[in-house]
Design a protein around this ligand. Sequence first.
Ligand code: DC
Length: 221
Amino acid sequence: MELRLSVAIDGPAGAGKSTIAKILAKRFNLMYINTGAMYRAVTLRAMEENIAPEDKERLLDLVDSLDMHFKNDDLILNNENISEQVCMPSISNNVSNYAAIPEVRERLVYLQQKMSEKYNVVMDGRDIGTVVLKDAPFKFYLTASAEERASRRYKEFCEKGIEVNYEELLEDIKRRDYIDSHREVNPLTKAEDAIEIDSSNLTIERVVDKMADYIISRTKL
Ligand code: DC
């Protein structure tokens, strides 16, 4: 019988989920599904077409017209690699409002579940362990203080040569934490059976090792 392996990683913005998920994906030969990028892709196209989150009919028509798949850790949207574009601050500042629309979530959750039926995945987001992959054998909840997360984001932008203000990033992270954990549908919460890891004082390698050790200890690989 083919071994089905799926790993769910949830947590607030900037906790290190995507960096860690990519490394785990390589280590265990899994497909990395960045669900935040999918919500960002919807935001990118909606903003390009001046569709407000409240304009549900047009928004849902737009979502239904999007073809999304992952290749080498990148999100390909209608044949275009949009991984860089969706990380811009203008998208980060608006994505929570689009991600709070129940019908948008319904559609993206459906796509994510289809992907997990087809491939062994490591998926990161906010509702993976609680909704999308409720039955995943491995669930992690990764956190870090808001200040630590803002300073990581700040460094990432600086390395890419994008000018940003630390205080604004911190405010944005706090605002997004609030919206993500207070929205009505699928708010950010730790699944009861998820292992919580606070990465504030841990290196990436250390977090990856903790997760990998846990997966190996419970899998006959
Ligand atoms: O992980 P990220 O910062 O790229 O996520 C972008 C936004 O999308 C974030 O504000 C919360 C939302 N999101 C969500 O609501 N559910 C997910 N599974 C993933 C992301």
